[in-house]
Design a protein around this ligand. Structure first.
Ligand code: FE
Ligand code: ZN
Ligand code: FE
Length: 308
């Protein structure tokens, strides 16, 4: 089940229409401006528009990504509380729109250390889930690249968070391939990828993975720097994506592209190109990457929307 992070500019349901145009089975969206704390409440027409198209397209596994401002590991009490409130609001918006999964970066410990940061995240999640106890959306903790003091770059940290969160039925995991490579999990060959998947299954449990983010990485293994690259054109390469896409355990799991939205050469569209590659790899077909004369500039990934 493939999708991409698509823009809601103009109207929430525009992301669904674009996913339809690409022939995708799902989509990932922000439900508000990801760079701002507040958003005006969703009005009935917006909700109706989104739900109508989601239903028509039979999209039952739509994914949302939360705001980058939220830090449930914050040490500053005001920022922590603000993050909890904002995250609860994100969950409410997902429920209003009928979105199944809300992906979140677990947070940053900002100097307090990993154990204290994890404890803070667990406490925040338990409060939010208690507050939203009648909600529907599943919170998916995303594996991170480990930039700065971000938490969740080791599978063990994610597992610890899962263990501490009381509502097991409301929490799961999103694995981002670019992030885990940057964090030190070797996805450079089919064999190394199978080992990483075995470790993922042992530490977290493959059944806990409810979303995949399929991105190649501009930065090398264990660089701890998060820079997304087009499928097959970074330090991951095609083999890992073939292994993941062909894995029966993840067949029904949304696989979302968060690759750059820059213009492909010759008027081509990167989402279309990357999706076609993933479909071929899923079918076990050989993929030869098209050679573009001018290497695409990935510096400006903020042109349309930024996903991390
Ligand atoms: Fe991601
Ligand atoms: Zn990222
Ligand atoms: Fe993310």
């Amino acid at each position: 089940m493939f999708g991409s992070h698509l823009s809601i500019a103009g109207a929430m349901h525009n992301a669904l229409l674009d996913a339809e145009k690409y022939g995708m089975e799902t989509v990932q969206v922000f439900t508000k401006n990801q760079q701002q704390w507040h958003a005006k409440p969703l009005d009935d027409a917006v909700i109706r528009g989104f739900r109508t198209h989601a239903e028509r397209l039979k999209f039952n596994h739509i994914v949302a990504h939360d705001s980058y401002l939220i830090n449930l590991g914050a040490t500053n009490p005001e920022l922590w509380q603000k993050s909890i409130d904002a995250f609860a609001e994100e969950m409410r918006r997902c429920d209003q729109l009928g979105i199944a999964c809300l992906v979140t970066h677990p947070g940053a410990h900002v100097g307090s250390g990993i154990p204290a940061g994890i404890a803070r995240v667990i406490e925040a999640m338990n409060r939010v889930l208690d507050q939203q106890k009648n909600g529907q959306v599943t919170v998916c903790l995303e594996t991170t690249a480990g930039q700065g003091t971000t938490l969740g770059y080791r599978f063990e940290e994610i597992a610890e968070m899962l263990a501490g969160i009381e509502r097991k039925d409301r929490v799961a995991v999103c694995v981002d391939t670019c992030h885990i490579l940057a964090a030190g999990y070797d996805l450079s060959t089919a064999e190394s990828t199978r080992k990483v998947l075995a470790e993922l299954d042992r530490v977290i449990g493959a059944d806990r993975v409810k979303v995949w983010h399929l991105n190649d990485s501009k930065k090398p293994l264990a660089s701890r720097v998060d820079r997304h690259e087009h499928i097959g054109r970074g330090h991951i390469g095609l083999e890992a994506f073939a292994v993941i896409c062909q894995d029966a355990r993840f067949r029904r799991v949304p696989k979302i592209l968060e690759t750059p939205k820059d213009q492909a050469p010759n008027g081509r569209d990167w989402d279309e190109l990357n999706l076609a590659i993933l479909r071929k790899l899923t079918a076990g077909k050989k993929v030869v990457l098209e050679k573009f004369i001018e290497p695409p500039s990935h510096q400006d990934t903020k042109k349309q929307i930024t996903t991390a």
